[in-house]
Structure formats: C-alpha cells, structure tokens
Design a protein around this ligand. Structure first.
Ligand SMILES: C[S@@+](CC[C@H](N)C(=O)[O-])C[C@H]1O[C@@H](n2cnc3c(N)ncnc32)[C@H](O)[C@@H]1O
Length: 260
C-alpha cells in the first residue's frame, strides 16, 4: 500500500478545533463505561493525539498512558488538565512490559499504524488477563457513511478504503490473536448537516483538519473546494438550498484477553 503519510506535527496546534466544548461525545461515554466495566486501573490509548479522550477518563482514577508517533501531538496532550503518561512511539512496537494494562484502546488511529494486525498482537501482549482492547473509528468499507467530503474531493474515498482496515478484519485479527468475547457495535452516530454557504465554515473542510484532506495536494484540494462552490452557485441560480451531510457511524470493535 503506497499511501503518503500525514505529518501530524504540522496540524497539532489546530487539531483540537474538532472538539468544541459545546459538543458531547458518545464515544467518550462508551470509553468511560468500558473503563468501569473492566475496573481499569491502568489505561493505554495508542495514537493518543492531543489526549482529548484520555483526559475524559480522568475521573476513573486510573493511570492514563498515551502513546503517539507525533511529538507535536504529544506536546498538545501535555496541556490537558489530567496528568498523562505520554510516550513517543509507534503502534506496532509498544514499549511497555507484558500484562500491564486493564484497557487499551485507539480512536481514529488504527489506520495509521501500518500493520494493523501487529498492533492487535502487541495489545494482546500488554493486556492483563481479562482486560479489554477497543478499536474505535469509522469503517468506510461498511458503506453506511454519507460524507460530503467523499463526494466532492477526488480520490479521498478510494484512499480511505485502502487506508482503513474493515471492522470485520479487525474482529478476525482479534480472534486469530487469541481475544475472546469479541463484538462490534456503533458507539456514536455523527450527524452534521451544513446548509448552503455554511459548509465553507465547517472546520473539517480545512485542508489540514483531517488526514483525508491533508493527504491531498493543493491542486486536488482546491478542485474539491471549487466543486463545492459551483454546487452552491448552481443551487443559488435555482433559488434552492443545497445541503452537505456528514453522517458517519463510529464503531467499536471490542475483545477481551482470556482470564488465565
Ligand atoms: C486522527 S488522530 C487521532 C488522535 C486521537 N486518538 C483522537 O481521536 O483525537 C491519529 C493519531 O495517530 C497518530 N499516529 C500516526 N501514526 C502512528 C503510529 N504509527 N503509531 C502511533 N500513533 C500514530 C497521529 O500522530 C495522530 O495523533
């Protein structure tokens, strides 16, 4: 798979714009419930980014570990109110002793880890018996997403199909690596509708806001923006209002390391 990699250092200081304080996140709730269910005292997020989800777990009293490849993202995570134990590293080589964690999870990150199955193997090694791995994110293979970004920007959807593992593959790898009680469910339904020109203010439409658009060269990105502007102009001529939908199911694949 020859896909250029996104340098998160370059977008680290903008990244938290995607988490406006006014919004509640069901993903965060699902993580809290999982932390309680596993009675987690030690939690690791792989691809922890700016530490937004880890910070949301601070009330659990667990020790919160984060690992990320980008030093820029780690620096942002250091600004979180919760004390986070942060390490620079890669998802396929996790620098912790075996049987350390009660819960390991990743959010919107597994597609960055190169060999997805190796990450799952590493997670199995690091979990205590009875502990859980949760892989959270969207699955473009499911065909349930209606995301206007896929519609207006060339190559983005096809690139996502190549970058993201299918949820069913994640479940299969979990099983092959020894996980039990494996399940999948939708933990959050993202539903945003931008009406008319308001789409141009969508923070996710910025060139560097998501890996989908950041991977595009300037010309391809501008061609997508131009397509949106033309659609707006055509709708204006018809005195019509055009809508731009982001409807994405966020899934969680969950598995447990068997009790010894
Ligand atoms: C879309 S962001 C998600 C960050 C955070 N989990 C969140 O949901 O806000 C993806 C993160 O994966 C990190 N990343 C990319 N490649 C990685 C790798 N090989 N190992 C660990 N983290 C990686 C990036 O630096 C970035 O912080």
């Amino acid at each position: 798979m020859n896909i250029s990699r996104l340098n998160y250092d370059q977008i680290a200081d903008q990244y938290n714009q995607r988490y406006p304080a006014s919004q509640t996140w069901e993903r965060g709730q699902a993580l809290l419930e999982l932390a309680k269910r596993t009675n987690a005292k030690t939690i690791l997020e792989v691809g922890s980014g700016t530490g937004f989800w880890l910070n949301g777990l601070s009330n659990t009293g667990a020790k919160l570990f984060g690992l990320d490849y980008s030093m820029g993202m780690i620096q942002q995570a250091r600004e979180q109110p919760a004390p986070l134990l942060l390490t620079r590293g890669t998802g396929t080589q996790l620098p912790y002793p075996s049987s350390t964690f009660d819960l390991i999870y990743c959010v919107d990150a597994i597609h960055h880890f190169g060999d997805h199955r190796v990450f799952i193997r590493e997670a199995f090694r690091l979990l205590k018996p009875g502990a859980a791995l949760a892989v959270i994110g969207h699955d473009p293979h499911e065909g349930a997403a209606h995301w206007y970004i896929y519609e207006y920007f060339d190559t983005v959807y096809d690139t996502d199909l190549r970058r993201y593992p299918a949820g069913r593959s994640v479940l299969q790898w979990m099983e092959q690596e020894g996980f039990v009680d494996i399940s999948t469910k939708v933990v959050e339904q993202i539903q945003n509708i931008h009406v008319g020109e308001a789409v141009l203010k969508d923070p996710f439409l910025k060139h560097d806001a998501t890996s989908q658009l950041a991977l595009l060269d300037e010309q391809t990105y501008q061609a997508g923006i131009e397509r949106i502007r033309s659609a707006l102009a055509r709708a204006g001529e018809r005195l019509d209002r055009i809508t731009f939908r982001s409807e994405i199911a966020v899934q969680m694949q969950l598995g447990f390391k068997p009790n010894a």
